[in-house]
Design a protein around this ligand. Structure first.
Ligand code: 2NE
Length: 270
């Protein structure tokens, strides 16, 4: 596949091919651990994916055959967060999690190796996870002085159930791709050589379907769990659809033409 670079970054690769935007953490030396700068770059790429109408599906992965992402880079962990080039401690991976959830396009985690700690949470918040047979999953927070009690816990519990989520966090053990499949943590496991082909197949399958339908389904699935923020997302989509109707246009036109709106001719569905 001839992936073409969308934009050059320092710590990630950001590429495009036939409707797919691919974001790759490019720090294999550290098992693709993220610094605040990696995360800032991923957020920027995700916003571009949201804005670019040529991108229908987003794929998240890590460089190489060892790791998807090993979480926050422990070398730059400070007392109030992870420190990037600007010297400010941050936990901006939480912003990335929210962007993954709210982008109105499917996001696939292409898990090519270790998905550990904050890196595990990143695959959890993606809409779909496709793993290679060598992938390994787990949380380490309580072992290394950290935790993610947000999506990393509550959404994980929605995916694998309360007992399993507590086991994953309390014991900090590692799970094989096959075990992840059995607990519903990933959608599919394939040999490493097939990982990208399979991921592209899933993306192409989704691209055959109505983008608006997928968008509404994603917003609806989020809304059930995300409280007012989830309802806002679903409601925002409803507003967008409403604006596409003549009925909504009549209201705006009447205001600009300084007349009373006439909504009488629009259907009132049962
Ligand atoms: C990922 C894992 C299991 C891989 O093990 P292995 O044996 O394949 O590799 P190794 O030798 O541990 O790692 C290779 C090199 O990558 C560095 C290592 O230090 C090592 O460097 P050298 O010894 O060659 O110099 N490396 C790996 N992960 C790193 C990391 N996260 N930060 C900095 N350097 C890293 C194994 O490496 C592992 O367990 N890694 C640590 C996983 C971890 O605990 N991550 C942080 C969890 S907390 C978190 O991510 C988080 C959160 O809980 C809440 C909010 C935000 C973040």
């Amino acid at each position: 596949r001839n992936w073409e670079t969308i934009k050059e970054f320092e710590e990630i690769k950001f590429e495009y091919w036939e409707g797919i935007g691919k974001i790759t953490i490019n720090r294999p030396r550290y098992r693709n651990a993220f610094t605040p700068d990696t995360t800032r770059e991923m957020c920027e790429a995700m916003v571009i994916c949201r804005e670019n109408p040529d991108i229908s599906v987003v794929v998240f992965t890590g460089e190489g055959d060892k790791a998807f992402c090993s979480g926050g880079d422990q070398n730059v962990k400070s007392t109030a967060g992870y420190i990037g080039k600007d010297g400010v401690p941050r936990l901006n991976v939480l912003d990335l999690q929210k962007l993954i959830r709210s982008i109105p396009k499917p996001v696939i985690a292409m898990v090519n190796g270790y998905a550990i700690g904050g890196g595990h949470v990143l695959h959890v918040v993606c809409d779909l996870s496709i793993a290679s047979e060598n992938a390994i999953f787990g949380q380490t927070g309580p072992k290394v002085g950290s935790f993610d009690a947000g999506f990393g816990s509550s959404y994980l519990a929605r995916v694998v159930g309360q007992k399993k989520a507590r086991e994953i966090w309390f014991l900090c053990e590692q799970y094989s791709a096959q075990e992840a499949l059995e607990m519903g943590l990933v959608n599919k496991v394939v040999p490493f050589e097939e990982l990208e082909n399979e991921t592209v197949r899933w993306a192409q399958r989704m691209m055959m379907h109505s983008p608006l339908a997928l968008r509404m389904i994603k917003a609806g699935l989020n809304a059930e769990l995300d409280g007012q923020a989830g309802i806002q997302e679903l409601a925002g989509n409803a507003t967008m659809l409403y604006y596409m109707t003549e009925e909504a246009q009549e209201g705006k036109k009447a205001f600009l033409e300084k007349r009373k709106p006439d909504f009488s001719k629009y259907p009132k569905m049962p």
